[in-house]
Write a protein that binds this ligand. Structure first.
Ligand SMILES: Cc1cc2nc3c(=O)[nH]c(=O)nc-3n(C[C@H](O)[C@H](O)[C@H](O)COP(=O)(O)OP(=O)(O)OC[C@H]3O[C@@H](n4cnc5c(N)ncnc54)[C@H](O)[C@@H]3O)c2cc1C
Length: 300
């Protein structure tokens, strides 16, 4: 039977490639000035060069395979209907229908989250469904230390740390990594989603209450049409699958730059371990069992 929380107090010194700052560029794909013109340029370049491969590349944080339109949509520099019209034209012009359909479905998620928040404004702060008992959540100094390690990118899990450092450095994070980092906070560190959502909102250049809070609820399993709570992202297998050569991790975690290939996702296996990089703050396999036991308790 899993025991209660055993969060190891981490070092919170950040060794980011860049110090935390409010970003000027919208994404990591390349810098872009905020304006309607910049939004249009980026969108047309994406449709021309990348839309056809969107389905295959959109989950890879090591590639610039997504459109980076979220910040432009967030600030009203482009309307989703404009994107839909251009997608239809692209399909008519020969871009494969499945790529276009995949992109359209992502825009539909955006509208869905906005609609949910419109009808349930409390979802901004409250779970739409209870998934674990109240006593499942970590509290006190150990929880604070775990949260600080997560926020600083010092959990000892490279994909999580790379994402959190990307967020601090440029105010943006790839969707796959947003899911992994959010899952890690809620299901490995047992910290309520609201705390992570507040941190994201403080740093994201595309930060939008409906998209952020409802995606956090999706990951936490508490939203409408959410991922089931028992889906716990494994930060190592997510890394080896979606950052297969480790390029994304090496880009954002300088302590791991000397580690070649996918071995970068399990630095604790290296002898000697990379200098300056923390040991894992928790054992993922153990915390997954704790989370699932909490979930079962709530169902009884
Ligand atoms: C925990 C968490 C927090 C998030 N917070 C935000 C946020 O504050 N603001 C925000 O705009 N997005 C948020 N997202 C959704 C998603 O991560 C971003 O929209 C996406 O990474 C933006 O990159 P892109 O424009 O290159 O995406 P693309 O893959 O090119 O997608 C195209 C567009 O579809 C929409 N879209 C894609 N994925 C999602 C999604 N999961 N949910 C809703 N719409 C989506 C976005 O408008 C995006 O610009 C969050 C996701 C998670 C898991």
């Amino acid at each position: 039977m899993p025991t209660r929380r055993r969060v190891v107090a981490p070092s919170t010194a950040v060794a980011c490639a860049s110090p935390p700052r409010k970003p000027r560029s919208s994404t990591t794909h390349s810098s872009s000035k905020p304006s309607e013109e910049a939004a249009r340029r980026r969108w047309h370049a994406f449709v021309r060069d990348s839309l056809a491969e969107y389905g295959e590349r959109r989950d890879r944080p090591d590639l610039a395979g997504t459109s980076a339109m979220s910040v432009h949509l967030r600030w009203g520099e482009v309307h989703p209907r404009t994107l839909l019209a251009d997608l239809a034209a692209a399909e008519a012009g020969g871009v494969p229908g499945d790529a276009v359909a995949t992109y359209r479905s992502e825009l539909a998620w955006r509208e869905f989250h906005a609609d949910v928040l419109h009808h349930s404004p409390d979802a901004r702060t409250q779970s739409l469904r209870t998934v674990v008992p109240d006593d499942a959540w970590a509290t006190g100094p150990a929880a604070d230390a775990a949260f600080d390690a997560w926020a600083a990118g010092r959990t000892g899990y490279p994909l999580v740390d790379a994402g959190m450092r990307q967020l601090l450095a440029v105010g943006w994070m790839h969707n796959r990594v947003r899911m992994v980092t959010a899952s890690f906070l809620v299901k490995d560190l047992h910290v309520p989603w609201q705390r992570g959502a507040a941190h994201f909102m403080a740093h994201l250049v595309d930060g939008d209450v409906s998209q952020n809070q409802l995606n956090w609820q999706w990951v936490a399993g508490s939203g409408h049409d959410a991922a089931p709570f028992f889906r716990v992202f494994n930060p190592v297998t997510q890394g080896t699958k979606f950052d297969p050569d480790g390029d994304y991790v090496r880009r954002w975690v300088p302590e791991l730059r000397g580690v070649e290939g996918a071995r970068v996702h399990e630095p604790w296996r290296l002898d000697p371990p990379p200098a300056g990089y923390p040991a894992p703050v928790v054992d993922h396999a153990h915390e997954r069992r704790v989370a699932l036991a909490d979930f079962e308790r709530a169902r009884r």
